[in-house]
Ligand binder design. Structure first.
Ligand code: GSH
Length: 196
């Protein structure tokens, strides 16, 4: 049984979405975290090393950081084919874009949000203006990042793009992609279970 350490309306919400897509057995354990304004406190019950959400526990095994959690869950619950398994042709693509999510896309969003210029050649990520064409190229011909197959990548990227829409340039194909992701019944179930 998976325990999801969670706070409403955070990066943990998308893991209710993924767990619903996977039809995996899970419980949600609400924890406190620090707030942007410096108030609040990390919850000692949360096993994430920095008291962030999401984290999961699975019979004592702890997994934290969104790409690692996504990979762990899609490997563990393969029935609905939410992530190519080892040996499948799209496995390398899947791993690459999972790692890209944490290592490039999220830092690019934060750089944009904080108005920090990304130094070419020294930072391990690139500016959002460079990320978006790369993601859009991966998305064509679509409809999903792995082509016809909806995967945990779309849970991460689709929800991130939905949330950060104000930072993004107008792009009908991107808007349509986000719509495809957020209109899935599992996303509606996740929002209903999110609380807060
Ligand atoms: N790199 C982490 C980021 C997790 C993260 O920053 N979560 C926020 C909520 S969306 C949080 O817990 N913030 C509280 C804090 O930083 O103490 C991941 O992708 O899983």
């Amino acid at each position: 049984m998976i325990t999801l350490f969670h706070r409403p309306k955070t990066r943990a919400t998308r893991f209710i979405f993924l767990l619903e897509e996977l039809e995996a057995p899970y419980t949600v354990r609400g924890v406190t975290t620090r707030n942007r304004d410096g108030t609040g406190a990390a919850d000692p019950a949360n096993p994430h090393p920095h008291g962030k959400v999401p984290a999961i526990a699975d019979d004592g095994a702890v997994v934290f950081e969104s790409p690692a959690i996504a990979l762990y869950l899609t490997d563990k619950f393969p029935r609905n084919r939410l992530g190519p398994l080892s040996g499948e042709p799209q496995r390398g693509t899947y791993l690459s874009w999972l790692a890209y999510y944490g290592g490039v896309l999220e830092p690019a969003f934060v750089s944009k949000f904080m108005k920090v210029e990304v130094p070419r050649g020294t930072a391990g990520w690139v500016a959002l203006e460079e990320v978006l064409p790369a993601v859009m190229q991966r998305l064509s011909p679509g409809p999903y990042l792995l082509g016809e197959r909806f995967s945990a990548l779309d849970v991460l990227y689709g929800t991130a793009f939905a949330q950060l829409a104000p930072l993004l340039p107008q792009s009908p194909p991107l808007k349509e992609y986000v719509q495809r992701v957020v209109t899935r019944p599992a996303f509606a179930r996740a929002l209903a279970k999110d609380g807060g």
